[in-house]
Design a protein around this ligand. Structure first.
Ligand code: AMP
Length: 117
C-alpha cells in the first residue's frame, strides 16, 4: 500500500467507490468520470505504479488481473457485445493515476482507436 495513492485508498476502503468485484488480489470499481455507459477500472490491490513497473515476479498477478477483467465483463453482461480494454502508461500514454489499472469500457460502439483523447 502506498500512503498517497488514491487507488490504494479505494482498495482499503478509506475512499468510497462503487465496487463491482473484489477478491484477495484484485478490485474493480466504477470510474468516477465514465467515458462509456460501462466504465470500470480493474486494479491489483498491491501497489504497482504502472505497466512499466511489472516484473517477472508479477506474472501470476498480471495473468489473474487480465483473466478477472474478462470475468467482470461477463459479470456485467457486456462480453458478447464486446468491450474495450486500455492500460495507459506514463505521460504520453495518458496515465493520470500511478497505480496500474485496466479500463474496461463497454455499452456502446467504441471507435476504431483509443477511446480517450
Ligand atoms: P488514467 O488516465 O489511465 O490514469 O485513468 C485514471 C482514471 O481514474 C480516470 O478515468 C479517472 O476518471 C479515474 N478516477 C480518478 N479518481 C477516481 C476515483 N476516486 N474513483 C473512481 N475513478 C477515479
Amino acid at each position: 500500500m502506498s500512503e498517497q495513492c488514491i487507488f490504494c485508498k479505494i482498495s482499503a476502503g478509506t475512499i468510497p467507490a462503487k465496487r463491482i468485484y473484489e477478491d484477495d488480489d484484485v478490485l474493480a470499481f466504477a470510474d468516477i468520470a465514465p467515458q462509456a455507459p460501462v466504465h470500470v477500472l480493474v486494479i491489483p490491490r498491491r501497489h504497482i505504479p504502472s505497466l512499466d513497473g511489472l516484473t517477472e515476479a508479477d506474472r501470476g498477478l498480471a495473468g489473474h488481473l487480465l483473466e478477472r477483467v474478462a470475468h467482470i465483463a461477463r459479470l456485467l453482461g457486456v462480453a458478447e457485445a464486446g468491450y474495450r480494454t486500455i492500460i495507459n502508461t506514463h505521460d504520453d500514454g495518458g496515465q493520470e493515476v500511478y497505480h496500474i489499472h485496466v479500463h474496461l469500457l463497454a455499452g456502446k460502439r467504441i471507435g476504431p482507436m483509443v477511446a480517450r483523447a
